[in-house]
Design a protein around this ligand. Structure first.
Ligand SMILES: Cc1cc2nc3c(=O)[nH]c(=O)nc-3n(C[C@H](O)[C@H](O)[C@H](O)COP(=O)(O)O)c2cc1C
Length: 267
């Protein structure tokens, strides 16, 4: 199969052809060398959208997105999730304001990348211990994003007119966070297949440090906010393609004593 990642485009599928007149393979069939089918095309073309038109998606579409999430697989079919749809402009504005406030608050104490050298060294001397316990939250990528948000250089929700909060039931079997990830990906792909844009907004968790938002959304044990996804019509301005690493995949095809074959995936 052609090993390319398709660039994001705005064409729609009409039967087995899209507006670029590309032929797509039928679903439920495989032959060597056949073109992508519509599901693969949706998976490969999806990109995070960070520029939205202000009008919200129709309610019916949001229902279909939620339906795609509801039908996601989960460990032992425990379905450890609840969804909260927020499309009130007033609430969205308040959430954006409060998330920025919280980013500023935390960054005041822990941003070791800013200020004079003495301040940086002082902060780093103890923040490195916190990082050990909060490896994921304070990984350099979210750390840099929080720093940018605190400096007013990046927005939190990018003007998405609808947010779906993914609330996790901590009692789920196995790893409920994985179940939520799968559920969110179902939603995102469904949205993309209907022409909508989406982006996960991990920084939404900043709001959970404010009791006001936990109360507002009724999030308390055994539930916690896992993550949040913004949805809306993509504005014409789209981000460029994000590169993907080539993976060296081990293929075990022979006996117990044979070494695997290493195949490159993505070149
Ligand atoms: C769990 C999760 C949290 C994310 N949080 C944010 C976020 O807070 N802000 C943001 O702009 N993008 C966020 N993203 C989007 C990623 O940056 C994006 O998926 C990644 O760069 C790959 O780009 P692509 O989605 O366009 O393929 C998040 C993605 C995931 C899966």
């Amino acid at each position: 199969m052609e090993n390319v990642v398709l660039a994001q485009s705005e064409e729609t599928n009409e039967g087995n052809k899209n507006s670029k007149n590309e032929t797509l393979s039928p679903l439920g069939k495989y032959e060597e060398g056949m073109p992508w089918n519509p599901v693969e095309k949706v998976i490969l073309e999806r990109r995070s959208t960070r520029a939205f038109k202000p009008e919200p998606l129709p309610d019916g579409m949001i229902h279909r997105i939620l339906e795609a999430g509801r039908f996601a697989p989960s460990t032992g079919n425990t379905q450890p999730w609840k969804f909260i749809v927020v499309n009130s402009p007033e609430i969205l504005t308040e959430m954006e304001k409060d998330a920025i406030k919280m980013a500023k608050f935390f960054m005041f104490f822990i941003d070791y990348t800013r200020g004079n050298i003495l301040r940086r060294l002082y902060i780093l001397s103890w923040v490195k211990w916190i990082i050990r316990f909060m490896k994921n939250e304070l990984n350099p990528v979210p750390f840099a994003l929080m720093s940018q948000i605190a400096q007013g250089k990046a927005p939190v929700f990018h003007g998405a007119p609808t947010l779906i909060l993914m609330v996790e039931d901590k009692r789920g079997a196995g790893c409920p966070a994985t179940d939520i990830g799968i559920c969110g990906q179902n939603m995102i792909l469904a949205a993309h297949s209907m022409g909508a844009g989406s982006c996960w907004f991990g920084t939404t968790k900043l709001l959970m440090y404010l009791p006001k938002w936990k109360k507002k959304f009724g999030i308390k044990y055994p539930y916690r906010l896992n993550d949040c996804i913004g949805f809306g019509w993509p504005s014409p301005k789209a981000d460029g393609m994000v590169p993907r690493e080539t993976q060296l995949v081990q293929w075990y095809e022979k006996g117990m004593n044979d070494a695997p074959r290493i195949k490159k995936q993505g070149e």
